[in-house]
Write a protein that binds this ligand. Structure first.
Ligand code: EPZ
Length: 420
């Protein structure tokens, strides 16, 4: 069992330069999109994280051949060997649901295990299924599996009842090979969705309105291969920005897209940090002695990302005053708070709000990670907690952060992975 061990202190100041990896939430739909063509697709700047290897295991089971060297991946699915995404694989990685749309579009059928809930919420996929049914798929639920079939998907006008990143991605991919025009309304605007559309367009898809809430897709007969660079991970970048603010440090982040972090940067500046954009996609953060409390409400892009909520809460434990953090996207995304309380944080939960009182000195303790971003928040808290912090269940962290402890160690922290 692997654990992360940190010897933290409240005077730690992280200093140095860190390269941000490619975005997990961009590479997963990009890999799923490869199902839409029999030709080779090349992806660069692929983060070597657990979720990537999970979806590649699934793709191999479906019939894909792939080769991954350093951070470059080439993948092709000449023919389908299976149309089933098993429960084991889907349970390991919910985003496996993203193969549903492409499988249906290219092969006319798919059997995908229902992802089920996870530590951050119930995670339904009704919006994915309703959208695919509108395109003409017949979908039934049996023994925990979604069984979907469609001789030919036909374009329709579909409006999402609520913003859904995965639902938008699944429907865009399905519509690329549907007959006629599909109009998707109330689409998610996340950079990862835009990046997927750009890859699909390179593959020959006819997509208008990329980056807007209404996207028009004119189906084509087939798609071809392409080369595509995965965008930087804005959540990893945001995590390091919080680390810089939290330790009053001085960190340069390279390979970032500052315009993907607008709301996070704005909130960190209000909290007192100095953040400058440097040439060639770099950011410098200089933390301030005093951290100002900030109220934050998560919302779909371009709002404050839910994936940054846990990390920002840790910063607010060190603010001089009280902050209210409101989580509007997921119904159970405060599981990290119980662990932060064990480190001495002063946080009260009431419904979708967490009231964070600062400035509260933290002390190291043994903790358990419950999900990916909760793990990141425990690492951040451990850095400034006095004494030893142990984080169990590191597999959550490894799902979405590439070499996190190495990167943090290079900035001057005492952090290591231990096997017990
Ligand atoms: C994506 O998840 C991300 N994952 C999540 O990142 C991110 O937190 C989330 O978008 C929101 O930004 C990937 O891209 C792989 P949603 P997704 O569909 O697509 C409800 C991380 O830490 N909903 O936008 O699953 C849903 O329950 C992960 O990297 C329905 O009700 O999120 C949630 O409350 C965590 N019905 C809200 O919508 C549906 O059919 C947003 O979900 C689909 C979603």
């Amino acid at each position: 069992m692997e654990k992360i061990r940190i010897i933290g202190n409240s005077n730690l100041q992280l200093k140095g330069k860190v390269k941000i990896s490619g975005a997990k939430n961009a590479v997963l739909p990009a890999i799923a999109a490869c199902l839409l063509t029999g030709e080779k697709v090349r992806l660069k700047n692929v983060p070597l994280v657990k979720d990537v290897f999970s979806i590649l295991t699934l793709m191999k089971e479906l019939g894909a051949e792939y080769n991954i060297k350093k951070n470059s991946l080439s993948i092709e699915i000449k023919k389908i060997e299976s149309d089933e995404a098993s429960y084991q694989l889907v349970r390991a990685m919910r985003a496996s649901i993203l193969v549903l749309g492409p499988l249906l579009a290219r092969f006319g059928k798919a059997m995908v295990a229902l992802p089920g809930g996870c530590a951050i919420g119930s995670r339904p996929i009704d919006l994915h299924m309703h959208g695919l049914e509108k395109l003409g798929a017949s979908i039934s639920l049996k023994h925990g599996y979604i069984k979907a079939e469609a001789k030919k998907l036909c374009g329709k006008e579909i409006e999402f009842e609520r913003k859904t990143v995965g639902g938008t991605e699944n429907l865009i991919m399905a519509a690329c090979l549907a007959h006629g025009e599909t109009v998707l309304k109330n689409c998610s605007l996340e950079p990862e969705v835009i990046s997927l559309c750009r890859l699909l367009a390179k593959m020959g898809a006819k997509i208008d309105g990329i980056g807007h809430e209404t996207i028009r897709i004119n189906g084509v007969k087939e798609l071809g291969g392409a080369s595509h660079e995965i965008i930087p991970d804005r959540i990893e970048a945001g995590t390091f920005l919080v680390a810089g603010a939290l330790t009053r440090g001085n960190i340069v982040l390279t390979s970032v897209q500052p315009n993907h972090l607008h709301t996070v940067i704005e909130k960190l500046r209000y909290a007192g940090a100095k953040i400058e954009t440097i040439k060639n996609h770099s950011l410098r953060i200089t933390g301030s002695e005093e951290i100002m409390p900030q109220d934050v409400t998560t919302s779909p892009y371009p709002g404050f990302p839910t994936d940054m909520q846990a990390q920002f809460i840790v910063l607010m434990t060190q603010a001089n005053g009280t902050s209210i953090i409101t989580e509007t996207i997921f119904d159970r995304r405060f599981s990290h708070i119980n662990e932060l309380l064990r480190l001495g944080a002063n946080i009260e939960i009431s419904g979708d709000k967490a009231k964070v009182r600062g400035k509260t000195p933290l002390s190291g303790a043994e903790t358990i990670a419950t999900d990916l971003r909760a793990s990141a928040s425990l690492v951040l808290a451990g850095l400034i907690a006095n004494g030893e912090t142990i984080i169990n269940e590191t597999e959550h962290l490894d799902r979405g952060y590439e070499k996190l402890e190495e990167k943090i160690k290079s900035l001057g922290a005492y952090i290591e992975r231990i096997r017990k």
